[in-house]
Design a protein around this ligand. Structure first.
Ligand code: HEM
Length: 497
């Protein structure tokens, strides 16, 4: 019997018992109808919930921790074997949270096309980013405000600025690598990490802040950056951990430096054409200018968003080129062909003609995308591949897995920059290649990253010939949030032109 039928019958019974009092009848009928309506709604919901198909769940015998250990040891292998077994959408538990992965281009579109109110970024990122970037920016503000902030930053990342950036980055690279001498074996990742703080500070913060970047300030950045840790991700922020305290102290000190520089720039009335000035002059849609706290937070965000992403990518790119000597020679020959036999100082237009180098970077970002997983919190039930993802699941897309799915990529694990010259299946799949994300949270730093990494590698290829040390190609360190190379030492020898 349907619930509504049952309700009318009951009303009928009630009517016969109290037929002498019409008011009572009407009241009783209304109350009973309301109650039965509510009960039927709840029961209906329950019965339809039973009909819902949830994503396949990977069982685990370890309570609370779930698959954290297996995933932590080898996340890509874990996800790839789950894809084989369960298909593109599946869920599992780690440290008390349920994660649902959307693998492959089709499944990933749910994340990239969704509204932030449905699949929310702040819910998952803010606890990590807000203590580092500070209040009032990025994931600490409602997403429409962050979108306005991203637009302001993007205005500053323009071609006129890039033209200057190429010169700055080439000069910084030459100066930094002087210490390497003519030949040797050195830690490439460490060197590129240090260099990229310098270049990013020059280009994104401006000459005043760059001039203050000494060892002490570099240590402050390192302490601040220590905030991006698994501990910060998993543990409550109020715990008195030394790394949390260091992070908070560094945040305060760096902000004070930025406040002073911003105030000085404002007072001097000098109009320098750089990103700091872009931010000082920027206004929200309602006409309000950014305050000094927001500017400082955005400057920190600019530096740190590009720091690990660009330094790991540049380091991996170096190892891929050192492993394939003929590719390295083709890249060097391209420098001469595009820029001139005598290799004059780099400029932005020439950089654009370095197509092979660009494809090497693109291929590095395919096989070693620094952001291994993008995450959102499901705030409303979501549908993917016919499954319903419940509220509270952390919904994830992994560029790393999408970039090497066997259904999409031919010779998927081979580093082949020329693959982009031919027709390939991946080009037809919208989200098969997403190192910079997509949709409303898409990266704004892609063009700057290309300018920065191409300039650094153009300069380095002109200076040195690179080799692996005794054939060792670095394995992947999965213990860091961004997958860095293990023991990243490279052999180098000065080129005789
Ligand atoms: C190789 C270099 C880089 C890579 C691979 C990279 C990757 C990404 C990815 C995957 C996202 C999307 C995150 C998500 O959807 O959850 C993202 C967002 C973003 N990136 Fe980058 N990034 C790089 C460099 C930079 C640089 C240099 C900057 C700044 C100058 C930057 C600023 C941002 C910002 C502001 C967002 C927006 C986050 C949001 O809207 O939620 N990135 N990046």
């Amino acid at each position: 019997m349907h619930f509504y039928e049952m309700s009318s019958r009951l009303i009928g019974d009630t009517v016969s018992k109290v037929s002498d009092n019409m008011t009572t009848v009407v009241l009783a009928a209304s109350v009973i109808t309301l109650i039965l309506g509510y009960v039927s709604k709840v029961l209906l919901r329950q019965s339809s919930d039973k009909d819902l198909k949830y994503p396949p769940y990977i069982p685990s015998s370890i309570p609370f921790l779930g698959h954290a250990i297996a995933f932590g040891k080898s996340p890509i292998e874990f996800l790839e074997s789950a894809y084989e077994k369960y298909g593109p959408v599946f869920s599992f538990t780690m440290v008390g949270s349920t994660f649902t992965y959307l693998l492959g281009s089709d499944a990933a579109q749910l994340m990239f096309n969704s509204k932030n109110d449905d699949l929310n970024a702040e819910d998952v990122y803010s606890r990590l980013t807000t203590p580092v970037f500070g209040k009032g920016v990025a994931y600490d503000v409602p997403n429409p405000v962050f979108l306005e902030q991203k637009k302001m930053l993007k205005t500053g990342l323009n071609i006129a600025h890039f033209r200057e950036h190429v010169k700055i980055i080439e000069a910084e690279t030459k100066e930094y690598f002087q210490r390497w001498g003519d030949s040797g074996e050195r830690n490439l990742f460490e060197a590129l990490s240090e260099l990229i703080i310098l270049t990013a500070s020059s280009c994104l913060h401006g000459k005043e802040i760059r001039s203050m970047l000494n060892e002490r300030v570099a240590q402050l950045y390192a302490d601040l950056d220590g905030g991006f840790s698994h501990a910060a991700w998993l543990l409550p922020g109020w715990l008195p951990l030394p790394s949390f305290r260091k992070r908070d102290r560094a945040h305060k000190e760096i902000k004070n430096i930025f406040f002073k520089v911003t105030q000085k720039r404002r007072q001097s009335g000098e109009k320098v054409d750089d990103i700091l000035q872009t931010l000082i002059d920027a206004t929200y849609k309602d006409g309000r200018p950014l305050n000094d706290n927001e500017i400082a937070g955005m400057l920190i965000g600019l530096l740190l968003a590009g720091q690990h992403t660009s330094s790991t990518t540049s380091a991996w790119m170096g190892f891929f080129m050192a492993r394939d000597k003929s590719l390295q020679e083709r890249c060097y020959a391209e420098q001469k062909a595009a820029c001139g036999e005598d290799l004059p100082p780099l400029d932005y237009d020439q950089l654009k003609d370095l197509n092979l180098l660009e494809r090497c970077l693109k291929e590095t970002l395919r096989l070693r995308p620094p952001i291994m997983t993008m995450m959102r919190m499901a705030r409303s039930p979501q549908t993917a591949a016919g499954y319903t993802i419940p509220v509270g699941h952390q919904v994830c897309v992994s560029p790393t897995v999408n970039h090497r799915l066997c259904d999409t990529w031919d010779k998927r694990l081979e580093f082949n920059p020329d693959r982009y010259l031919d027709d390939n299946l991946a080009a037809g799949e919208k989200f098969a290649y997403v190192p910079f994300g997509a949709g409303r949270h898409r990266c704004i730093g892609e063009n700057f990253a290309y300018v920065q990494i191409k300039t650094i590698w153009s300069t380095l290829l002109r200076m040195y010939d690179f080799d692996l040390v005794d054939g060792y190609f670095p394995t992947i360190n999965y213990t860091t949030m961004i997958h860095t190379p293990n023991n990243p030492v490279i052999r180098y020898k000065k080129r005789t032109q």
